[in-house]
Design a protein. Structure first.
Lengths: 313, 313
């Protein structure tokens, strides 16, 4: 049976290190603060934003939520983002997706000042990560997946990592990170047009799935000993349940865990790591506003996956 | 025997279209002009810069070369680039690599204004290409490879493209382009740490090699019917030859062409396409300074690989 990788446990340790970093900055009079922009009242988005705000507070960070009306004009939204960009009390800004359809989400994401773009969605940050420049903020989910692999001492050097999905916020940046100097993985990226998906997934030493199709990956699609990272998050309604929905991953957990060496569950795997790396990016953004150098930070805070040994924090 | 794909022939047709575009802009009083910054006197770099300047002149573009001394201080170099950035007569700027070792090449490349960065090396352009935003300039070599595939009607949708090498200026952007919506290829990226390289290259429907190791890919490493794109460029000295060096690719052309369906030669394959796409990017940069819209341009000028049918130009 596969070892179950608990993103919740890893997150607890890393967040303890983040809390230390927040406290250290506090002595310089800086309170790292994350602002969330929430347009409309999508219930799932409201939950996500609330969870992020709570996570901030638990590590001593400030949080602010801007609730904006569903029918806001794009110029008003730009104005709100500009205000956060200019506010020295705000170090990180996230725009909760999805946005209402009338808003051009690319332009909205591009409006966030790159040095406060802790989601790493601005093209400049995408480009900096792509070229391996540590100045770029790496999106939280791929950063969290890299952190899981490091923390669990999963070898990547020369290993074949197969990614299912090609999203701009998870799969593509993850492919870029895994193939880069350091991790040195051979990377295959597959997607909905891939012919004979199983012929690819069966080659994987490390299989990362980020599609949003519960049950997509079954036991017959993986090779024995594979490490499986399930980044799928689909809300499945369960009218009898309490709460009335649950979050499902993309992997048939029961079946695959009989074949794999290690596997992340959903929930409790990639999800908590995503929020943890968002906190880490926000702390880093705040740190850059002070005179402190990177080496003064606990190792657990490094988001780019370069210094991956388990830290003492 | 494999069909030989002539980048020279494709380039001739595309450059005819570029010349039309240049002439059209000329009627608006705009002369698309490329500036090359050449630091020191590396003979190979001098040849490359001269070739690019000649290519500009042949399509009616202006070209300017800034010859700067080997021992230039970084601030002086920044000043020279700033001058080109501010010069309305200059539409595209390239900094010929490699730079002397005392110069921080990342910072130098980042100094080029993104809207004149026709090499596509600025992180903002890397990020825009990465997220599929057509505003970003795609580096000329991967753009040229995509153009070859389109021009030759090589299907990519659902095909398995295997890339050998992971350079930031060829392989990584190419991987990003091939996996994107439109081309829809399944992509594997391999490199020097890949275990059993042949086991990957043998899976390829399309094999692209950009390493710089002559003879790396041999006939036993490819499957029958593969399309092989050789982006290797190694200067091999031949004391008896005239000239005394030749450019060698990464593929054993004779052996592989007995197995492959199609193959690009070196020279005469990817090389001319690289210069062609540099011209295309420069024309596009100049076009953006005028009021013309993209749809007025000949189809052959589109550098991002989105409108790939053979044009009438």
């Amino acid at each position: 049976m596969a070892r179950i990788i608990s993103g919740t446990d890893i997150s607890r340790e890393i967040r303890a290190g983040i809390a230390e970093g927040v406290a250290a900055l506090g002595e310089e009079g800086i309170k790292p603060t994350l602002a969330a922009v929430l347009v409309g009242s999508d219930p799932a988005s409201e939950v996500y934003v609330r969870n992020k705000a709570q996570a901030c507070q638990r590590v001593g960070m400030g949080s602010r939520t801007l609730n904006l009306p569903e029918d806001i004009e794009v110029d008003e939204l730009f104005g709100a983002i500009d205000g956060l960009n200019a506010d020295p009390q705000i170090h990180g800004i996230l725009v909760q997706l999805p946005l209402p359809r009338h808003l051009p989400y690319k332009q909205v994401l591009n409006r966030v000042a790159p040095h406060k773009d802790v989601d790493g969605f601005h093209p400049l940050n995408a480009g900096l990560s792509f070229v391996g420049d540590p100045e770029g903020f790496v999106p939280a989910t791929p950063a969290g997946i890299m952190k899981i692999l490091e923390w669990e001492k999963v070898p990547t050097h020369g290993k074949h990592a197969v990614i299912v999905g090609r999203s701009l916020i998870v799969s593509k940046p993850l492919a870029s990170l895994l193939m880069a100097p350091g991790p040195n993985a051979t990377v295959t990226l597959t997607h909905k047009y891939t012919v004979d998906l199983a012929s690819h997934t069966r080659m994987a030493d490390i299989l990362i799935v980020a599609v949003g199709k519960p049950g997509l990956i079954t036991a017959d699609m993986v090779k024995p000993g594979v490490v499986v990272i399930d980044a799928g998050t689909t809300r499945v309604v369960d009218p009898e349940g309490k709460p009335r929905y649950r979050i499902a991953g993309d992997v048939d957990f029961e079946g695959v865990s009989e074949v794999a060496a290690a596997i992340t569950p959903v929930p409790g795997g990639v999800g908590p790591m995503t929020i943890t790396m968002l906190l880490s990016n926000t702390l880093e953004a705040a740190r850059r506003t002070s005179g402190a150098t990177s080496s003064t930070l606990p190792e657990a805070l490094v988001g780019s996956g370069k210094r991956g040994r388990r830290s003492s924090s």
